[in-house]
Unconditional design. Structure first.
Length: 280
């Protein structure tokens, strides 16, 4: 809410819309005290400061709407930010449905990871598919797709596999996934093998299931070295574009490494054909 106040006041000043009061100094102090009281487990005092911020944000929203009433250009300029600020003011911590976590990127979602180190992440889910075999050229990414709406992993398996088969032209015979895909919606459920599964597991399938973990370092490399960890493109289309470009950059890196090895082999073979100089 403090960020919404800062953005609204800044936009009003840039468009020369006079406000009765900006509340910038008091809002900054209240935002600081919310963090301090929450850290000290003084939640009643923290809620009092949040109520203070919510009240001041409502006053600024109403003041701006009164000042720009009837001006079509200003209403179009203030409309998106006023709508986001009103949603931030009215949303509750325990409400269901979409929330606004960032004013500059309202499409961001809260993803529960279930890990002690990072229980939540903010962004969008991305599905990555790699071959279950061990290719000689490296572990290439076969398919990647940004998934908005914070879907359940099992409900994304069917569309993702269909897209991958359409992209590669090869039908997937066996699909190895982690335990987050239990209850999936793939039409051929006997082709899906979940890690930890015991029934119908033969020795070749067990070897392929051990290869499932090979996708984890691929995800790490794509996030750390190819900018999937932080997306600088705007909106949901930017999320989709960034996921595809990051996977393409990873694949191009493997191709460049293979081409470098090929070039070294050619140079080595060429040097071996050159006769050694005779030393008298």
């Amino acid at each position: 809410m403090h960020r919404a106040i800062v953005k609204l006041v800044g936009l009003a000043r840039r468009n020369r819309v006079p406000l009765r009061q900006s509340y910038l100094r008091m809002a900054k102090r209240a935002a600081i005290m919310v963090g301090r009281y929450t850290h000290a487990h003084q939640f009643k005092r923290a809620r009092r400061q949040l109520k203070f911020l919510r009240t001041r944000l409502g006053r600024i929203i109403r003041d701006i709407r009164r000042k720009i009433d009837g001006d079509t250009a200003l209403e179009a300029r203030f409309g998106p930010l006023l709508g986001l600020a009103q949603q931030v003011r009215s949303q509750d911590q325990h409400q269901r449905g979409p929330k606004v976590y960032a004013l500059h990127a309202p499409e961001v979602e809260c993803i529960g990871k279930g890990k002690a180190r990072a229980p939540y992440e903010f962004g969008c889910e991305v599905s990555i598919a790699t071959p279950v075999t061990s290719p000689k050229g490296g572990q290439f990414v076969l398919h990647t797709k940004a998934l908005h709406g914070n879907p359940f992993n099992g409900h994304t398996l069917g569309p993702v596999i269909a897209d991958m088969e359409k992209l590669t032209g090869v039908e997937a015979r066996r699909i190895c996934v982690d335990k987050g895909y239990r209850g999936h919606n793939h039409p051929h459920r006997f082709r899906v093998w979940i890690s930890g599964q015991v029934r119908r597991v033969t020795a070749p399938i067990r070897r392929e299931m051990r290869r499932r973990a090979a996708v984890e370092p691929v995800i790490g490399h794509i996030k750390a070295e190819h900018r999937m960890d932080r997306n600088y493109l705007k909106g949901r289309p930017g999320d989709c574009i960034n996921a595809v470009l990051a996977a393409a950059g990873y694949n191009f890196g493997l191709l460049l490494r293979w081409l470098a090895e090929l070039l070294r082999a050619i140079i080595r073979a060429f040097l071996e054909t050159i006769p050694a100089p005779n030393i008298a």
